[in-house]
Design a protein around this ligand. Structure first.
Ligand SMILES: [Zn+2]
Length: 247
């Protein structure tokens, strides 16, 4: 039986001579795998809609193991992401992280909308690192792993000085509680405040301020270890690439 979904292509792998296996994040059915037969033939009508980053309407039917693509139509290609290597690298990381965090066939409209909004902003704006750090914090929270930052995760007292970030406890520790996790990392109050701001504030407001690059770098390191622990994935190819660009 044919059915229609809207989704964004997170990943595409060449398969056989002319086919591709697509990982599509659909609005209606969450993340799915679909085989797009003949899509690498030069005259295929599905070439554009099955590119990575394409937001498309797909008509699918369920096969034995995978969904099969019948027809597709591009809604938005996000083509301008390819204008600039830095922009493309950050956007690729956003997709790689989304793919790593999602469980197949689990719908999450909030994350679907967050992803599209993030890509829309990366297309238009230049504060890629700032938006990417905000995406990491929002995305991991929408998946159910929100780090506890508003006060001490252990005793709930206000955080002032000598704060630590604990991966095991998923949040910030005050000076008195820091000994409960000897692997916790130092976190200054300014970095903590920026993390809260990025987590709880809409993108429009985040874009209005310029965050110090060193603070963003610190947050990036904290988030990478936090994401790695919660998603059980330590290596992000696109993130290694961003680091190799030295930006
Ligand atoms: Zn405490």
């Amino acid at each position: 039986m044919l059915f229609k979904v809207q989704g964004i292509v997170l990943k595409a792998i060449n398969f056989n001579d002319w086919d591709k296996i697509l990982t599509i994040y659909t609005k209606q059915h969450g993340k799915i795998q679909a085989i797009a037969k003949g899509v690498r033939r030069p005259k295929s009508k599905n070439i554009s809609a099955t590119q990575v980053f394409s937001l498309s309407e797909f008509i699918l039917y369920k096969g034995k193991n995978l969904y099969n693509l019948n027809q597709s139509e591009t809604i938005k290609s996000y083509y301008p992401l390819r204008d600039n290597l830095e922009k493309l690298s950050y956007a690729s990381y956003i997709l790689e992280l989304t793919n790593a965090g999602l469980i197949e066939e689990e719908t999450n409209i909030k994350i679907f909308e967050l992803l599209l909004k993030t890509l829309d902003i990366i297309v238009e704006e230049e504060k890629y690192d700032q938006i990417t750090r905000a995406f990491e914090l929002k995305f991991i929270s929408y998946l159910g792993y929100r780090p506890h930052l508003i006060n001490c995760v252990n005793c709930h007292k206000d955080l002032e000085n000598n704060i630590r970030f604990s991966l095991i406890n998923s949040g910030a520790l005050c000076n008195e509680c820091k000994s409960i996790d000897r692997y916790s990392k130092k976190l200054d109050i300014q970095t903590l405040n920026i993390m809260k701001f990025l987590l709880f504030t809409p993108y429009e407001e985040i874009l209005n301020i310029d965050i110090n690059k060193n603070i963003l770098k610190n947050i990036g390191e904290i988030m990478l270890s936090f994401i790695s622990k919660n998603l059980d994935k330590t290596n992000f190819k696109s993130l290694n690439f961003i680091n190799s660009l030295n930006i």
